[in-house]
Design a protein. Structure first.
Length: 150
């Protein structure tokens, strides 16, 4: 085949360091747009971005020119640098070290987009940790509680 064709849809989840609620209402929309811009600059457009004060979810159409690890490294590094320019309240902002990245099928896009768009509806009674455990179970990803929250 003379051409490389891919469709890699990835649900990405990562939190602030120690799950600190640092993503305030005043910066949320701008942060989400910035994350979209970083993704787009890596030929991996974000189809949906949402989250809560302590974490974000992205649905990314990943380019075949970049692997997940460097894409996420750039997303987290560049957005962390950017948010620190938003004032003294963000001087110590950092993302957690790890992330979750899960492939989905084309038919799952509408449901996942709704889920990402409606994060506020899920979290009045559901912590990030409980949500992330549920996501890991849904995608059948084994994990060890003793290492996951560092």
């Amino acid at each position: 085949m003379s051409q490389t064709l891919t469709k890699l849809l990835v649900h990405v989840v990562f939190s602030t360091k120690h799950r600190a609620p640092l993503i305030t209402a005043g910066v949320t929309d701008e942060l989400h747009k910035y994350l979209c811009g970083i993704s787009r600059n890596h030929e991996s457009p974000a189809l949906a971005v949402g989250g809560m004060p302590d974490h974000v979810h992205l649905l990314i159409s990943q380019s075949n020119n970049i692997a997940v690890a460097p894409l996420l490294q750039n997303l987290k590094k560049d957005s962390s640098k950017w948010i620190k320019t938003k004032g003294a309240d963000f001087a110590d902002f950092a993302w957690q070290e790890g992330y979750g990245a899960f492939t989905i099928g084309e038919s799952q896009i509408p449901a996942l987009t709704r889920y990402i768009d409606n994060q506020a509806n899920h979290h009045p009674t559901l912590s990030f940790q409980d949500e992330f455990r549920a996501i890991l179970k849904k995608y059948n990803v084994p994990f060890d509680e003793q290492y996951i929250w560092r």
